[in-house]
Design a protein around this ligand. Structure first.
Ligand SMILES: [Zn+2]
Length: 119
């Protein structure tokens, strides 16, 4: 399952998670916006958690989503600041960040220059 942020239907403020009321205008109607990708802002390794004795350390990242809001996601492998990730929800509804394959800048330009390429 991919991740969605929430956009105020009246003023366009985007938040995650959804709030009862918009902090921008007070409205209470939201629409989902795609937040399935993002960029790592910082990472941290959590070694000890209260009540979680014996569990392995957890690597977390603050990710700025493509929709705008930041989320905290689990990382399954170390990643660097600025790295692009895909965001998804795991079976426990925790947000997980998976690395996106690096896309060379010229590859995107070539595919848009030649419509139909790759079909
Ligand atoms: Zn609003």
């Amino acid at each position: 399952m991919s991740l969605a942020a929430f956009e105020c239907a009246r003023c366009g403020v985007r938040v995650f998670p959804r709030r009862y009321f918009c902090h921008g205008c007070g409205a209470a109607q939201w629409r989902e916006v795609d937040a399935s990708e993002g960029t790592i802002d910082e990472t941290t390794l959590v070694r000890h958690r209260a009540g979680a004795g014996g569990r392995p350390p957890t690597l977390l990242a603050t990710v700025i989503t493509c929709a705008g809001p930041a989320v905290v996601a689990k990382l399954e492998a170390p990643a660097a600041r600025g790295e692009a990730v895909r965001l998804r929800l795991d079976a426990d509804a925790a947000i997980v960040a998976d690395p996106l394959p690096a896309r060379p800048p010229h590859a995107a330009a070539q595919s848009s220059d030649r419509p139909g390429a790759g079909s």
